[in-house]
Write a protein that binds this ligand. Structure first.
Ligand code: HEC
Ligand code: HEC
Ligand code: HEC
Ligand code: HEC
Ligand code: HEC
Length: 444
C-alpha cells in the first residue's frame, strides 16, 4: 500500500473520485496502524481536497462538500498530532461527552431529530433556527420536515463545518434564539448570549413537540400562577415539564417557573453575564480539559476520577482571573459551591417530601388524601438518596389538584431538578422558586 512519503512540493488538488477514495483508505489504515509512519508525501499540510459545492469533484455528494484546496492532513494526521486544531484530542474528549455517551440519537422522528441527531440539526440550520416559531397546542418549534431513520449522534459536523470551511468555526452563527415558556401568561424570550452560547441553546431549550398540551384528548392543565380557586389541574402525563432540556436555559434567563404571587423573583450574576455576553456555556462546560474526564469537548463539569467512586468537579472555568480567580477560588468546599448546592438539593428534597405527604397536600388532591407524586421518575441526583418511582396514576388515572394553582409547586420542583446544576446556573432564581413553592404548600 502506498504510504505517504515526504515531499517539499506542497499541495496538489484532489480531482477525482479515485484519489479521494485512496485518501479515505489511507486514513483508515493510518488509524489502525499504531505509531505514526514517516512524514506525509505532501508534507505536514497533506493533499488538497476536491473543490466545489457538494463535493461534486469527488464524484459523490456530501451534506456540503469540501472547501477548495482543503489540506486533509491538516486535521487527519492520526497520532502525528496536528498542532493547529489538535483534532485527535478533541475526538478523544468527545467520546465521553453526553452527546455521544448517552445514546439517545435514536430519537430521530420529525419531532425529535432536530436536537437529538446530527442530520436533524443540519436540516434545522439550513432552514434557519431563527425562523422557528412556537404555537401553543401545536407541533411547532424545533421540528424537522423528515425523519432520519439512519441517524448519528450530535458530533463534530453538527457544531462545526470543517470540510466545507477548513476550520472549526461554528456551523450556525445565527444568534438570538427564542425561548418559549409553557406557563400561562409568559411571553417568549429572546436569548441574547454570544454565538457559542446560542449554539447550545438551539438544542438546550424546551421542546414544543409532544408536550402535554398537544393533541385532542387528555390535555393536561397549562401551568398558571393566576388560575382561579375553583379550577382543577388535571395532569395526565409524566412529561408535564420542559423535557429536561428547557429547564436549564429558562432558569438561566430567570423565567419559566410558576411564580406564585406575593414573592419576589430575582436572578444572579451568571444570568446577567450570559445575556450580556461576558459568560458563555463553554466557559464552565468546556474549561481546560482533564484528559477525557472533564472540561474541553467532554462538556462535563462533574466527573468521576479513575479509581474513585465520588464525583470531582472541574473548577478551571470558575477560577479564571475575570471570574472567581481573584476573589476566593471555587473549590469543592467553598461556600459558593458546597453551600449553594447543599441548600438547593436540601430544598428540592423538602419540597418533594411535602408533595409525597398526604397530610400536607391531601386536601388539594381529588379524590382527597392523595399525594402529588405523579411520575417523578428521576432521582434528585445530588446525594442520590431519593428516587420517586412512577406511581399508579397512569392510564385512565389522572392526578387532579384543586385549586389548580397549587400544581405549580410540582412544576417548580421539576424546574429545579432538571436544571441539573442545582443552583449554579442561577442561584437566586432557583432559590426564589423553591422558597415560594414551599411557602405555597405550607399555606392552609
Ligand atoms: C479542518 C479539519 C479537517 C480537514 C482539513 C479535513 N477533515 Fe475530514 N474530518 C474532520 C473531522 C473533525 C472529522 C470527524 C471526526 C470525528 O467524527 O471524530 C472528519 C471526518 C472525515 C471522514 C470520516 C472519517 C470516519 O471515520 O468517519 C473522512 C472520510 C474525511 N474526514 C475525509 C477528509 C478528506 C478526504 C479531507 C481532505 C480533502 C479532509 N477530510 C480534510 C476534519 C477535517
Ligand atoms: C444539536 C443539538 C445540541 C447542541 C448544539 C448542543 N447540545 Fe448538548 N445535548 C444535546 C442532546 C440531544 C443531549 C442529550 C443526549 C442524549 O441523551 O443522548 C445533550 C447533552 C448534553 C450534556 C449532558 C447532559 C447530561 O444529562 O449528562 C451536556 C453537559 C451538554 N449537552 C452541554 C452542551 C453545551 C455546553 C453545548 C454548547 C457548547 C451543547 N450541549 C450543544 C443536544 C445538543
Ligand atoms: C429542543 C430540542 C429537543 C427536542 C425537539 C427533543 N429533545 Fe430530547 N433532549 C434534548 C436535550 C438537550 C436533552 C438533554 C437534556 C439534559 O440532560 O440536560 C434531551 C434528553 C432526552 C432524553 C433523556 C432524558 C429523559 O427525559 O429521559 C430522552 C429520552 C429524550 N430527550 C427523548 C426525546 C424524544 C422522544 C423527543 C421527540 C418526541 C425529543 N427528545 C425531542 C433536546 C430535545
Ligand atoms: C455541541 C457542539 C460541539 C461539538 C459536537 C463539537 N464542538 Fe468543537 N467546539 C465547540 C465550541 C463551543 C468550541 C469553542 C470552545 C471554547 O470557546 O472554549 C469548540 C472549539 C473547537 C476547536 C477549537 C477551535 C479553534 O479554532 O481553536 C476545535 C479544533 C474543535 N472544536 C474540534 C471539534 C471536533 C474534532 C469535534 C468532534 C470530535 C467537535 N469539535 C465537536 C462546540 C462543539
Ligand atoms: C457558571 C458556570 C456555568 C455556566 C455558564 C453554564 N453551566 Fe451548565 N452547569 C454548570 C454546573 C456546575 C453544572 C453541574 C454539573 C455537575 O453536577 O456535574 C451544570 C450542569 C449542566 C447540565 C447538566 C449536565 C449534567 O452533567 O448533568 C447541562 C445540560 C448544562 N449545564 C447546560 C448548560 C448550557 C446549555 C449552558 C449555557 C446556556 C450552561 N450550562 C451554562 C455550570 C455552568
Amino acid at each position: 500500500m502506498k504510504q505517504l512519503t515526504s515531499s517539499t512540493k506542497g499541495v496538489t488538488t484532489v480531482k477525482n473520485f479515485l484519489t479521494v477514495l485512496t485518501a479515505i483508505a489511507l486514513f483508515g489504515l493510518v488509524a489502525c496502524e499504531g505509531p505514526a509512519g514517516p512524514a506525509g508525501k505532501d508534507g505536514a499540510a497533506g493533499a488538497a481536497g476536491a473543490a466545489g459545492a457538494k463535493g461534486a469533484d469527488a464524484g459523490f455528494v456530501y451534506f456540503e462538500g469540501f472547501k477548495a484546496d482543503l489540506k486533509c492532513a491538516q486535521c487527519h494526521s492520526s497520532n502525528d498530532n496536528d498542532t493547529t486544531y489538535r483534532v485527535i484530542t478533541k475526538q478523544t474528549q468527545y467520546e465521553t461527552s453526553g452527546h455521544k455517551e448517552l445514546g439517545n440519537y435514536d430519537r430521530n422522528t420529525t419531532q425529535c431529530a432536530g436536537c437529538h441527531t446530527n442530520e436533524g440539526f443540519y436540516e434545522r440550520t439550513t432552514r434557519g433556527v431563527a425562523n422557528e416559531t412556537f404555537t401553543l397546542n401545536a407541533i411547532s418549534g424545533p421540528v424537522t420536515l423528515q425523519a432520519y431513520p439512519n441517524s448519528s449522534p450530535v458530533g463534530c459536523f453538527t457544531c462545526h463545518a470543517p470540510h466545507k470551511r477548513g476550520d472549526f468555526t461554528y456551523r450556525d452563527t445565527v444568534g438570538q434564539v427564542k425561548i418559549f415558556s409553557l406557563v400561562a401568561g409568559n411571553t417568549t424570550k429572546t436569548f441574547t448570549g454570544n454565538t457559542g452560547a446560542q449554539l447550545c441553546v438551539k438544542c438546550h431549550q424546551p421542546r414544543m413537540t409532544s408536550t402535554f398540551l398537544i393533541g385532542t384528548s387528555n390535555l393536561s392543565w397549562q401551568p398558571s400562577a393566576t388560575s382561579g380557586l375553583t379550577d382543577t389541574a388535571k395532569i395526565y402525563t409524566s412529561r408535564w415539564n420542559n423535557h429536561v432540556s428547557g429547564e436549564g436555559i429558562q432558569t438561566m434567563l430567570g423565567f419559566g417557573g410558576v411564580e406564585f404571587a406575593g414573592n419576589t423573583y430575582s436572578s444572579s450574576y451568571h444570568s446577567t453575564a450570559l445575556q450580556n455576553k461576558t459568560l458563555e456555556c463553554a466557559d464552565c462546560h468546556m474549561a481546560t480539559p482533564i484528559g477525557n474526564k472533564g472540561g474541553g469537548h467532554t462538556f462535563k463539569v462533574g466527573y468521576v476520577p479513575e479509581g474513585s467512586t465520588t464525583t470531582s468537579y472541574n473548577f478551571a472555568g470558575c477560577n479564571t482571573t475575570a471570574c472567581h480567580g481573584t476573589s476566593g477560588a471555587i473549590t469543592a468546599t467553598s461556600a459558593k459551591w458546597a453551600t449553594v448546592r447543599a441548600e438547593m438539593t436540601g430544598k428540592i428534597r423538602q419540597l418533594a417530601n411535602m408533595m409525597l405527604d398526604s397530610t400536607v397536600v391531601g386536601k388539594w388532591t381529588l379524590p382527597k388524601a392523595g399525594k402529588f407524586n405523579p411520575w417523578i421518575t428521576y432521582s434528585v441526583n445530588a446525594g442520590g438518596d431519593t428516587i420517586w418511582a412512577a406511581n399508579a396514576n397512569t392510564g385512565a388515572n389522572v392526578l387532579q389538584i384543586k385549586p389548580a394553582m397549587k400544581a405549580g409547586a410540582l412544576w417548580n420542583l421539576q424546574m429545579a431538578m432538571y436544571e441539573a446544576s442545582h443552583g449554579i446556573h442561577n442561584t437566586a432564581y432557583t432559590r426564589s422558586l423553591l422558597d415560594a413553592s414551599i411557602a405555597e404548600l405550607k399555606k392552609p
